[in-house]
Write a protein of this length. Structure first.
Length: 468
């Protein structure tokens, strides 16, 4: 129990974006409640947009919670673009309408869930006008699109023996384009498991994907979309604390400075369309206010009019759902995203990294003659018969862990992939590294007939070995 001075049985009001987590359990539907105190909204409204950005570190606050809802309650709150209003207390109110929830201590070092709370849903639909102050903050209106991918730095060569690394981060996604020495030159996503999936994270040995960073040319990150299991590795800590001065509970968040102080490329966030919660807004604002060596912000916004851009051997792709597909916020966030294709000089090897985008959301020209795929949505359900056929002995990697979600990986997806010629490998298939990085399930998808191999010793020290 954390120290606090909240008055007994005092209910504190919040607005919240509520998201369902993959997989339903018999005892209920797991949700994440991404909440912002109503008092914070009032404080932000009293400021000009410029002041709100300038003072966001002291003014902006959120609280991440997790609980289970009944299927009916989840359906009424999750698949619509509306936010809910709720009240919260840390004292058991013995109220049959109150739902027990736990704070999310979302970090690498902290242990799972923490403080216990009780919540009551007060209003299932908050008027958009109540949240208007968050729109410009979430969508970083003050930040212009990038003109080119020079904002990521000079592309480094993957040589003739490079590949795609899919690192074992449990039920999450963290990939890299690597050179002939297994050294990352570009990251695609930076995920870490949600706390209730913490058991899926590798248990032994080191893991430091930035051990090979050059201080002068830090390895950039392409973020497919704003989901915690695609960017949560950036968290340093996030325990729930009571703010005595302001009178509400909040997640006391800090990030790893060395991770934040590098270029992060993403599409411009969409507040209402993607039902973007305050924890994601906090990350975006922090990146927008983190200066790099050239004094530009770490946050780099994808140019809205570009469908693709090249960076060395990589093509970064804007994903768009097909007309007539579903328009739930979760689907749109997954599919209005970025994907990445890496190709060898001869185009004999082509690997597609999908993030959580379904195959129809990725242009047809990027799905031809593929020799490798990092499966969308950790191997979860995709549109039937949309998986591209493998070229040669195709390698499909699923970044997943058994038992986290009942529908991930999807049996239908695996069956179709094998029918299309794909050899499936999973990051949960751990084995002992011949070096010093313990047991892990790191996977390599080749971009040449030759396998990258470290010769410096730093790769095993960082737990990044691919030649296990």
């Amino acid at each position: 129990m954390q120290d606090h001075h909240q008055k007994n049985h005092e209910w504190i009001e919040y607005f919240a974006s509520i998201e369902v987590i993959d997989g339903e359990l018999e005892s209920g539907v797991r949700v994440i409640i991404d909440a912002i105190p109503r008092g914070v909204i009032a404080e932000l409204k009293a400021l000009s947009p410029e002041q709100a950005v300038e003072h966001f570190e002291e003014k902006f606050a959120f609280l991440l919670l997790t609980t289970k809802f009944s299927p009916d309650l989840a359906a009424s709150l999750v698949n619509k673009k509306n936010w809910a209003s709720l009240s919260l207390t840390h004292i058991d109110p013995t109220d049959e309408n109150a739902i027990e929830a736990q704070s999310v201590n979302f970090s690498i070092d902290e242990d799972g869930t923490g403080q216990t709370f009780w919540i009551k849903i007060e209003q299932k639909e908050v008027p958009k006008s109540e949240l208007s102050v968050l729109v410009s903050l979430a969508e970083v209106d003050f930040l212009a699109d990038c003109d080119t991918l020079d904002c990521l730095g000079e592309p480094r060569s993957i040589d003739e023996h490079g590949g795609i690394a899919v690192y074992d981060v449990g039920q999450a996604n963290l990939c890299a384009v690597v050179d002939t020495y297994e050294h990352p030159i570009l990251f695609f996503d930076l995920g870490w498991p949600l706390p209730f999936n913490k058991r899926s994270a590798r248990q032994h040995g080191p893991f430091d994907p930035f051990i090979l960073d050059d201080p002068d040319t830090k390895i950039p990150i392409v973020l497919s979309h704003l989901d915690w299991d695609h960017w949560g590795f950036a968290y340093k800590s996030g325990q729930a604390r009571y703010d005595n001065k302001r009178g509400f509970w909040k997640s006391e968040v800090s990030y790893h400075d060395e991770i934040m102080s590098r270029p992060w490329l993403m599409r411009r966030p969409r507040f209402h369309r993607h039902k973007l919660g305050p924890s994601h807004i906090h990350l975006v604002l922090t990146l927008s206010q983190t200066p790099l060596e050239d004094l530009t912000p770490a946050l780099k916004i994808w140019p809205a009019k570009r469908s693709r851009m090249d960076w060395g051997a990589c093509t970064i792709i804007r994903c768009s759902p097909e007309p007539g597909t579903i328009t739930t916020p979760a689907f749109l966030r997954n599919n209005e995203s970025l994907a990445l294709m890496a190709a060898s000089t001869s185009n004999q090897y082509k690997v597609l990294l999908c993030g959580d985008a379904d195959y129809p959301s990725i242009g047809a020209s990027y799905k031809r003659r593929l020799t490798g795929i990092v499966a969308p949505h950790h191997g979860g359900s995709v549109t039937s018969w949309s998986i591209p056929p493998a070229s040669g002995v195709g390698q499909m990697v699923m970044s997943t862990y058994p038992g986290c979600y009942s529908n991930v990986p999807s049996v239908n997806t695996e069956t179709e992939a094998r029918d299309k010629g794909w050899e499936i490998r999973k990051t949960c298939n751990r084995r002992h590294c011949h070096g010093s990085c313990g047991n892990n399930g790191n996977q390599l998808i080749e971009l040449s007939p030759y396998q990258p191999e470290c010769g410096c010793g730093q790769v095993p020290r960082g737990g990044l070995c691919l030649s296990l």
